[in-house]
Structure formats: structure tokens, C-alpha cells
Design a protein around this ligand. Structure first.
Ligand code: CP
Ligand code: NVA
Length: 306
């Protein structure tokens, strides 16, 4: 059966861990693994802007011996109304996998329902699971393990990153605390999904920025996600201000705490410049780890498919 990666919990905890092990190996020996030699092609489709995801998948597919076929919706027939299903049936006969950044999760599910090759979520409105694999790899590098560590996400807690921290973090054994204003908290269905995946780890949702206290990892993301530009009113941004990761928030966390941000960052909004550019910030390792984590993910998915 073709395996897809549409949401963080499309992997079991063991599978997630195996992929992170492989990612660490691939990082050590970057050009040793060439499962896409041929070259086999991977379609990389973008309905929204991207820097990190586009670069890391294109570089990653090349390093795996494959060919990255990058398509923007604006320059393909999908953007002119060709159906998802018709597009998928053309791509899956020529490509080893399809990676797609789009809006609704239902669009990705529609693709996966007809695709004969693995489909990967490169960000939807609901989840950003490839980012969380990179974040988990970064946490492993800094702390040796994810299990039992506490990650506090502060900010827009109703977005794709908060959702993926909940579900992917729960799977990895992190205690996940998500804090944001009452009008920007995660959907109950996502929280329940995370709680079902958690074992001895805790999942906490709160509007109290004190959730930063004692955290090993502080994480945040933009206050205005792609496609939600109407959410950038001064009034809404003011409600988010108490959840900014600044020096005071870092002070509340553990002495050894690191700070994550998937980027792009808006200094002075969700994170202060001194923190993003300071010694606790792990964001450049985190951004590089997109490459290694996604190479491992693609390798694993393609091997499952063979
Ligand atoms: N973090 C992330 O996905 O960045 P891009 O939007 O630049 O791909
Ligand atoms: N929540 C952000 C993540 C960007 C990588 C967005 O969807 O725009």
C-alpha cells in the first residue's frame, strides 16, 4: 500500500523515530544515500510562497540522486482549474513522489486518494509536518532525545505549526504546551488527536504566557499565516503581544532552553530580534535540518512503496 505523509501522525512513533535516526545518518554522510538514482523525479508543487521548503526539497532530491521538478500553481494547469485528480494521474506515472504546499487539507487528501506514489504535505492551512520532523531532529541534537522534554509554543496557537507541534510532538514523547490568546487557540479535534497519541507526556492548552516557565524548548511562528492576511489587524496583533518570545520569556524557561522558529520571522512581533539573533536561538540548525529530515522521509516513503 502506498504510504503518504499528509499529517504528523501518518507515521507511528516508531516510524517517526526511524526517520529521525536516518536523517541524523544522512546529515553525517550527506552524499552516501542515492535511492532516487536514475534519476527518478519528485514533483514539488507550490500553491503558496516558499523559500526553505522549496530549497530543501529541491536540494534534497538532487542529493538523493533524483530530479526535483518544481511547479508553481501560477504556471501549471492546476492553477487554471484542472482538477487535482487529473493532475495527480499525470504526475504519478512519471514521478516517484509528489510534494505539495497548498491551502485546504482536503486538497491534499484528494490527491492522496488517487495517487499511486507517496504524497507529502509541504504545508497546508492545517499542518506543517515536514517542519516538525526538522524541529524534532534539532531537539534530538541539542538534548539527545525528545521524550520527556517540554516544548512551549507561544503565539498564534490556531495555526498549522501549533497543530503540528501538538500532533507530531505528542508522537515524539514531548510535553507540548500551547499558549495563545483565547481567540487563537487550537481546534479541540486537534487537541484530542494529540492527547490520544500521548503516552506519559502531557498536552496542555492555555491562554497563560507563563506556560514558558521551565520549558526546554520555546517555539513560535508568524502571527499572520499565508492566506490569512485579513488576520493582520492591529487589534488582533495586540492580543498576541503577551505571547511574544522576548528576553523575559526566555528568562522564564530553563537555563539550557533553546528557541525555535520555523521562519520566516517577523522581528518585533512574535519574537524579539535579540532572541532570534541571540545565543539561545537554534533557528539556523532548524532550517538546515529541513534538508536532512526530508531526505530521510522521502527515502523511507519511496522504500515502503517499492
Ligand atoms: N518554514 C518554512 O516552511 O519556510 P518556507 O515558507 O520558506 O518554505
Ligand atoms: N504558519 C505559517 C508557516 C510558514 C512556514 C504559514 O502558514 O504561513
Amino acid at each position: 500500500m502506498t504510504r503518504h505523509f499528509l499529517a504528523d501522525d501518518d507515521l507511528t512513533a516508531d516510524e517517526q523515530s526511524q526517520i529521525l535516526d536516518l536523517a541524523a545518518q544522512m546529515k553525517q554522510d550527506r552524499h552516501r544515500f542515492t535511492p532516487l538514482a536514475g534519476p527518478r523525479s519528485v514533483a514539488l508543487l507550490f500553491d503558496k510562497p516558499s523559500t526553505r521548503t522549496r530549497v530543501s526539497f529541491a536540494v534534497g532530491v538532487s542529493e538523493l540522486g533524483g530530479y526535483p521538478l518544481v511547479l508553481d500553481s501560477g504556471t501549471s494547469q492546476l492553477g487554471r482549474g484542472e482538477t487535482i485528480e487529473d493532475t495527480t494521474r499525470v504526475l504519478d506515472r512519471q514521478c516517484a513522489a509528489i510534494v505539495w504546499r497548498t491551502f485546504g487539507q482536503d486538497r491534499l487528501e484528494a490527491m492522496a486518494s488517487v495517487s499511486a506514489v507517496p504524497v507529502v504535505n509541504a504545508l497546508t492551512d492545517l499542518f506543517h509536518p515536514c517542519q516538525i520532523l526538522a524541529d524534532l531532529l534539532t531537539i534530538r541534537e541539542r538534548f539527545g532525545t525528545t521524550r520527556g522534554r517540554t516544548l512551549t509554543y507561544l503565539g498564534d496557537a490556531a495555526n498549522n505549526m501549533a497543530n503540528s507541534y501538538l500532533v507530531g510532538g505528542a508522537l515524539a514523547g514531548l510535553n507540548v504546551r500551547v499558549a495563545g490568546p483565547k481567540n487563537a487557540l487550537p481546534d479541540d479535534r486537534v487537541v484530542e488527536r494529540a492527547r490520544r497519541l500521548a503516552t506519559d507526556n502531557e498536552i496542555t492548552i492555555t491562554d497563560d504566557p507563563e506556560a514558558a516557565a521551565g520549558a526546554d524548548i520555546l517555539a513560535t511562528d508568524t502571527w499572520v499565516s499565508m492566506g490569512q492576511e485579513t488576520a493582520s489587524s492591529a487589534e488582533r496583533l495586540a492580543t498576541l503581544a503577551p505571547y511574544r518570545i522576548d528576553a523575559a520569556a526566555v528568562q522564564r524557561a530553563r537555563d539550557t532552553a533553546i528557541v525555535l522558529h520555523c521562519l520566516p520571522a517577523y522581528r518585533g512581533n512574535e519574537i524579539s530580534a535579540d532572541v532570534l539573533d541571540g545565543p539561545r536561538s537554534a533557528v539556523w540548525d532548524q532550517a538546515e535540518n529541513r534538508l536532512h529530515a526530508q531526505k530521510a522521509l522521502l527515502t523511507w516513503l519511496v522504500e515502503q512503496h517499492e
